[in-house]
Design a protein around this ligand. Structure first.
Ligand code: MG
Length: 335
């Protein structure tokens, strides 16, 4: 059966530029793909690459789309390197499928993001009252001993039974990561995310060494943006958590199958995509067959044009919220 194929390249400004290790990120670039069947039903998917995470670029996606033509087969072979486009294509096909994806969860908790430094303390009360029970604090920003002293104040301010995860975004050298993990050892920390940079020397030995030497779990985020990277860490027997951004990983079904088989705990996380990619990622998260920790999706509102935003920050994402989303509306905004 042949399908009609269309695509839209987009460049949209963030409300607030995102600080990254590669400078300020001001505009989200990507490509929407749309597949329409003979009955006029459409499925839309989003390719939202982040090239400095090792994905393809929006230019590469656009030129692949240009060469596809407007009449395609369901199983059109896409270049393996174009993981984000592969994900967009599969998302569009999944949306077209008459059989819905099985949901294993009716709802999933979302992590509340705390700002770096002392400002985090002032946010906890309001977020706890709103119903959040998992919190993430950005570390590796200020002086490490000040941050560690502040950690105890944060832990004391959390509601009973709450979880706190720390995200270093690769900011520490190994020696600093060791000091932190020693400090966390007798404190209730859910996990420490990306303690050292994926570009650090001998990073695999460092991370495996840290995971073996300290009791607090470690999560890989920047280290596992693509499927090839994930496969390398699974083969190395990574004992900790994996932060998975469905928009970047490529073949999400395959990634999830491997993660469930390895019994690895997973955080499904945003790649700062528009609502189309966000809802596709959340639907996949609801179907994940293994251990899921609170979602990394507390990022919206993200765009100057709020019609492009994924679900507003809330303590939970519910299945019925996902069913109400209309991807056609976002396609029209970007057309
Ligand atoms: Mg992270």
């Amino acid at each position: 059966m042949s399908l009609h194929f269309a695509y839209r390249r987009y460049t949209v400004p963030f409300r607030i530029p995102v600080r990254t290790a590669h400078g300020l990120w001001t505009h989200r670039e990507g490509v929407l793909v749309k597949l329409t069947d003979a009955k006029g039903r459409s499925g839309i998917g989003e390719a939202a690459p982040i090239p400095w995470f090792g994905t393809e670029t929006a230019d590469e996606i656009e030129s692949a789309c240009r060469s596809i033509g407007d009449s395609v087969q369901k199983h059109t072979a896409l270049p393996v390197r174009l993981g984000c486009l592969t994900h967009a294509w599969k998302s569009a096909l999944r949306a077209l499928a008459t059989e819905p994806t099985t949901s294993r969860h009716a709802y999933l908790p979302v992590v509340a993001l705390l700002p770096a430094g002392r400002a985090a303390l002032e946010r906890i009360k309001g977020l706890a009252e709103a119903g959040f029970r998992t919190f993430k604090w950005k570390v590796g920003v200020g002086d490490p001993s000040d941050e560690r002293a502040l950690l105890d104040d944060l832990l004391a301010a959390l509601p009973n039974g709450a979880k706190l995860r720390l995200d270093a975004n690769g900011a520490w050298v190994r020696r600093e990561a060791e000091r932190w993990l020693a400090y966390c050892a007798d404190r209730p920390i859910e996990f420490v995310e990306q303690p050292v940079s994926p570009d650090a020397p001998a990073v695999e030995d460092s991370l495996l060494g840290l995971a073996g030497d300290f009791p607090t779990r470690i999560a890989l985020d920047e280290s596992v943006a693509t499927l090839a990277q994930l496969e390398r860490w699974l083969a190395a027997g990574w004992p900790g958590v994996f932060v998975i951004k469905p928009s970047l990983i490529g073949d999400v079904d395959l990634a999830f199958e491997k993660l469930a088989k390895a019994k690895s705990p997973v955080v499904v996380s945003s790649a700062m995509e528009t609502a189309i990619g966000a809802y596709a990622a959340l639907r996949l998260a609801l179907a994940f067959p293994g251990e899921l920790l609170a979602l990394g999706f507390g990022v919206y509102p993200l765009f100057v044009d709020n019609r492009l935003d994924g679900p507003a920050v809330a303590p939970f994402v519910r299945r019925e919220d996902l069913e109400r989303f209309d991807p056609e509306a976002v396609w029209n905004v970007l057309s």
